[in-house]
Design a protein around this ligand. Sequence first.
Ligand code: SAH
Ligand code: SF4
Ligand code: F3S
Length: 471
Amino acid sequence: MEKTTTIIPQGDVERQLWYCEQVAAVTAQWPERPLAFVDTYGCQQNEADSERIRGYLKKMGFGFTDDEERARIIVINTCAIREHAEQRVLGNVGALVHVKRRHPEQLICLCGCMMQEPHVAEKIRQSYRHVDLVFGPHALWKFPEMIYTLLTQRGRIFSNADEAGSIAEGIPVVRQDKVKAWVSIMYGCNNFCSYCIVPYVRGRERSRRPEDILQEVEELAREGYKDITLLGQNVNSYGKDLEEPMDFADLLERVNAIPGEFLIRFMTSHPKDATHKLFETMARCEKVAPVLHLPFQAGNDRVLKVMNRRHTREQYLEKIRDLKSLIPDIVLTSDIIVGFPGETTEEFEDTLKVLEEVRFDALFTFIFSPRVGTPAANMDDPMPREEKLANFNRLTALQDAISEEKHRAYVGRTVRCLLDGLSDDERYDLTARTPGNRLVRVVGGRSALGQFRDVKITDANKWSLFGELIE
Ligand code: SAH
Ligand code: SF4
Ligand code: F3S
C-alpha cells in the first residue's frame, strides 16, 4: 500500500478547538446551559465517533440530554450497513419535524456513514428540509466550525465530499462508560467485499501512529478502565501504511506491556489477514482476552469468491484449528450473511456445516441487504424472500442450540469476571462479562462494580449465564 495517509496538521485541529471557544462564548450568553442529544446507530466505530462529537459539544458549553424536546442541538450519527438501519434513521428524522416546529431554534445535525452516501444526502437536501447540517465521517473533525457557522449565519451545511480519508489527533472525548472504552487504531477499509458499503463511506485503510494509540491506552489504564477494545474494520491489516512498518500483533504486544489490570479486546478481524503470529501473540499476552470475532460470512467457496472475501472455507477452518490448538478455551464469534445473491439453499447448507465444525459461542446473522453502489446490489438475486427467511431460521435454530450447550458447560465453574454494569433485571444486581465476553447476570456485589471478581456460574440459557458473586 502506498504511504498516502493524510494526518490533519495539529494547527488545524487546534483551530477547531478555537471554534469551540467561540461557540462557548455564544452559548454563555444564553439564559440556560444548552443541552445536546447525541443518538448513535451502527457499530462501535460510530460509538467512538459520537464520543468525539460529545467531546466537542462539551467544549462548546453543552450539557447532554436524551430528551429531544429539551435539546438545542440534536446529532444523529447514522449507519448505512443495511436497509433496516437506514429506514429507522429516516423514520426518526422525519418525526423530528414536529419537535422542531415546537422549538424552531433547534439545530438538527445528521452525520455518520449514511450521510456519506450521495443519494441519501440528496434525499435529505430535498425532502428533509428541517435538517440543518449533514456531514460524513471524513468531516467530523470540523464539527465545531460547522456549528459556529450555523449559529452565526443562516442556511444549511452539507459537508460530505468523497475522500480517501484522514486522521485527526487531539479531538476531545466524552466517554459513555467508566469501565469499558473504545480505542480506534485505524480507520477505513480496503477490502471491498462485494456486498459492503463501508469502504465507500469510510474511505481507505489508514493507521494511527502507535505512539498515539499507546498514549491513549495508558491514560485509560490510569483512569481505571478495565476493558479496552481496539477498533478498526480490519485490525489485522494495521500498520501497512505507517512510516515505520508495524503489524497488529506487534501493536497488541506493546499494548499488553502497559501497566495496569485491564483486558484487551479487538475487532474486527478479517480471516485472510489473521495470522499464526497473531494467534501466538494472543496466547502469550496475559491481558489479551481469549476471544476472537472472526467473520466468515458464508461457508461455500463459490459464494465466498463472489463476495470477494479472498479466503476459502478450508483456509478459514484451518485458522480456527490453529487458534484452538494454541488457546483451547478460546471464545469464537462470527458474522454470517444469508441469502447473498445467487446463493442456493444447497450452498447455504455449507454455512451450517461450518457452524457444526467450529461451534461458535455466538453469531451475528444477517439477511443480505442490497446497498446502492456495491457490486452485489446489481447481481441476480432470484431466491424468494420466504426461502431466505427459512434458511435464516434454520441457521439461528442451529446456533441457538450450540450457544445454549456452550453456555451450559460453564455451570458449576467459578470464573473471574469483570462486573461491568447494573442489571436492568431486578432479580439480579449486576451484569458481568467473562474474559471471553459472555454476559453473566450476577446476584450480589453492587459495591464491586467495575472490578474483576470471582463469580460462581449457577445457570445458563442460549443468551447468557447466571451466577453469584463469591464474597
Ligand atoms: N469489518 C467487519 C464488519 C463490518 S459490517 C468485517 O469485515 O467483518 C458487520 C457485518 O455486517 C458484516 O460482517 C456482514 O456480516 C454484515 N453486512 C455487511 N454488509 C451487509 C449487507 N449488505 N447485507 C447484509 N449484511 C451485511
Ligand atoms: Fe465491509 Fe469487508 Fe471491509 Fe468488513 S472487510 S468492512 S465486510 S468491505
Ligand atoms: Fe454502520 Fe458505518 Fe459501522 S455503515 S456498521 S456505522 S462503519
